[in-house]
Design a protein around this ligand. Structure first.
Ligand SMILES: Cc1cc2nc3c(=O)[nH]c(=O)nc-3n(C[C@H](O)[C@H](O)[C@H](O)COP(=O)(O)OP(=O)(O)OC[C@H]3O[C@@H](n4cnc5c(N)ncnc54)[C@H](O)[C@@H]3O)c2cc1C
Length: 615
């Protein structure tokens, strides 16, 4: 048996995992297990920025950031968690800067910031009696809050954290794929992973384990997510009977490259880009008269769908245009500073985006607009945690001892029903760090729990079964059908009818999956085997997503039910917690949203009262 023992094991070497590792390793032995070589983790694809109210270009405050986050999440956000996020974001940015992250700078040397969707502050000129449409009629105005390193912010974060981890002596197990958690007597005591190069199984014994395995956008046909984003962490937790939180809230980003889904960052619109329909109209004026193209992502994605449905897609097709030409930015006066810009400025601010468009679309965005459509982008839901990253075992406050989660695979619930752009990267660093710190404290307070005999035996049996099966069901067909049904029936818009269709499709595909075999029977770099195992994870998460979406009979944030178009705070102001039912189906419980109360005129009132979300 390949046996390893560390105080703490971190699964995943993205921003969340490496931040946690850095913090944990300051005090106890820490190892990172990652199926990808660390700097290939998807955090490296993050483009536009990381939010923090630094007030470097205009006045801002963490309170503005917290309000935007809670409103942006359509009030499904846990408010204490959101306040921690926004308050600690400021120091987190300076920490990254001191680690050497090469942020873009202002002329006087401070960290530069740009606009992003839903980032606002109160309008100092606001006058409730002002004529509609005038500047004074807007209660809030855009603010520059996103810190950035050109449009390669995630890449810089990943490189910086990796260098720091190496410097600090974190042990890395690169290209080791976790296949199971070891949970005994309600306590997590380690993981089982396969070494991709050899096919050998390894047991990692730990006092605590952190799941930081990233998102699961590969559930959908058109996605901005890399092939590796298959939700292994949440799926394995779900199979151990643990609940997943708010799975119905999946975010579609409005500006994916047409048909491919590759992302054109929101920084395009933050820096002044404008979306146009097939009639050349700036359609966001209709849907979000105040913030227009800087409204939040769910609003923009639905608006594109509405335009296409109304026959106003470009050339009558299912896409619209995103225009970042300097002449357009100047015509609509949308540059962040209000000053005119030129081609060189656009090239400097968005170099990767421009390159993507040239490479993948054959379109030069300096000279012409880019065809875009919404793309599956970000999982607001995931493994439920408290503010220390500890995993919840149920909707009534239970905790799984020794198990933690952070980053996109987790749901500490700072994004609620819709995440604001740049709030994921800050979630990784703030909550990755908090989880790492708590894990270190935990390691100091407990001894290693006993492992079961042959902890890797169930995994070995599952792999042997898969390898011994003849290749009867083509797994690629199952994957394609899953992605299509999720896109068509559980996408930007849903109804009971489409969700029932997705539910029966997924059940059928899971049944077919139980018969799949693998062509390559070898042990060295058997990527076919791993892809089949990843598909199993995606199918489980698709099942959980559809069950949660069916149960939520309202529309909120990224969950838009055409048969229940309004938000229903009376019945559904609560987090869903979906788990596997004993009969093999699913069950959905609800957990209250955490609300902060303050005293006003002798009464306890909500600090962030519910309001209709308009932009
Ligand atoms: C194109 C794009 C642009 C984005 N731009 C921004 C932005 O500008 N600002 C922002 O805030 N957010 C942005 N996001 C979102 C943000 O990048 C992600 O949410 C975030 O990087 C996720 O980080 P993570 O650490 O949770 O996971 P990841 O960085 O995805 O890392 C996951 C890690 O888990 C490992 N792993 C997975 N499964 C296993 C397993 N079974 N065994 C072992 N290891 C495993 C992988 O190897 C990897 O190391 C963007 C996302 C995309 C897709």
């Amino acid at each position: 048996m390949n046996y390893h023992r560390f105080d703490n094991i971190i699964v995943g070497a993205g921003g969340a995992g490496m931040m946690a590792a850095l913090e944990s390793s300051k005090r106890v032995g820490t190892a990172v297990v990652s199926k990808l070589y660390p700097v290939r983790s998807h955090t490296g694809a993050a483009q536009g920025g990381i939010a923090a109210a630094l007030s470097n270009l205009e006045s801002d405050s963490w309170e503005n950031h917290a309000y935007d986050t809670i409103k942006g999440g359509d009030f499904m956000v846990d408010q204490t968690a959101a306040e921690i996020l926004c308050r600690e974001a400021v120091d987190a940015i300076y920490d990254l800067e001191h680690m050497g992250l090469p942020f873009d700078r202002t002329a006087d040397g401070r960290i530069s910031q740009r606009r992003f969707g839903g980032h606002t502050k109160p309008n100092p000129k606001y006058d409730p009696s002002a004529a509609p449409g005038t500047e004074a009629a807007k209660p809030r105005v855009p603010v520059m809050r996103a810190c950035h390193a050109a449009d390669r912010t995630g890449h810089m974060i990943l490189q910086t954290l990796y260098q720091q981890c190496i410097k600090q002596g974190v042990t890395f197990f690169d290209e080791f794929h976790m296949l199971d958690l070891i949970i005994e007597d309600g306590e997590c005591r380690g993981i089982v992973a396969i070494e991709i190069a050899t096919g050998q199984l390894h047991t990692f014994h730990a006092k605590s384990v952190l799941l930081a395995t990233g998102g699961f956008g590969r559930m959908f046909k058109v996605s901005s997510n890399a092939y590796a984003l298959t939700g292994d962490g949440p799926a394995i937790a779900y199979r151990h009977g643990l609940p997943l939180e708010d799975m119905e809230f999946y975010q579609f980003h409005p500006t994916g490259i047409y048909r491919l889904g590759i992302l054109l960052s929101e920084a395009c619109r933050g820096d002044g880009g404008v979306m146009f329909n097939g009639k050349g109209e700036r359609f966001m004026e209709t849907y979000a008269p105040n913030l227009k193209d800087l409204a939040s992502r769910d609003v923009c994605s639905r608006s594109i769908y509405q335009e296409v449905r109304a026959g106003r897609g470009v050339d009558g097709k299912d896409f619209v245009h995103l225009d970042i030409r300097a002449q357009t930015i100047n015509r609509y006066k949308t540059s962040p500073t209000g000053h005119d810009v030129d081609d060189a400025w656009v090239e400097r601010r968005l170099p990767d985006i421009i390159e993507f468009a040239r490479t993948y679309l054959g379109v030069d965005p300096i000279k012409e607009p880019m065809p875009i459509q919404p793309t599956a982008h970000y999982a607001m839901g995931g493994v439920p945690t408290d503010i220390h990253g500890r995993v919840r075992s149920n909707a009534s406050g239970g905790i799984v001892k020794g198990l933690y989660a952070a980053g996109e695979s987790a749901c500490v619930s700072v994004h609620g029903a819709n995440r604001l752009g740049t709030n994921s990267l800050v979630d990784l660093v703030v909550y990755g760090k908090r989880a790492g710190r708590h894990m270190a404290e935990h390691a100091h307070s407990v001894n290693f729990g006993e492992l079961p005999p042959n902890p890797e035996a169930p995994t070995r049996a599952a792999i042997d079964a898969l390898l011994s099966r003849p290749r009867s069901e083509p797994w690629v067909k199952i994957r394609d059908e899953m992605q299509s049904t999720m896109m068509d029936n559980c996408g930007v818009y849903r109804t009971a009818e489409t969700l029932e269709k997705a539910k029966s499709d997924i059940a059928r595909l899971k049944e077919a999956y139980s018969r799949v075999g693998v062509q390559d029977k070898g042990s060295i770099f058997n990527t076919g085997l791993l892809e089949v195992l990843e598909l199993g994870c995606l199918l489980d998460l698709a099942e959980a997503t559809v069950a949660s979406a069916l149960a939520r009979r309202e529309s909120r944030g990224g969950h838009s039910r055409e048969d229940f178009p309004d938000r229903n705070d009376v019945d559904f102001f609560a987090h869903s917690m979906v788990s596997q039912a004993p009969d093999g189906g699913t069950k959905v419980d609800y957990m209250p949203v955490d609300i902060i109360y303050v005293e006003k005129d002798g009464q306890q009132v909500s600090k962030y009262p519910l309001e209709i979300r308009k932009y």
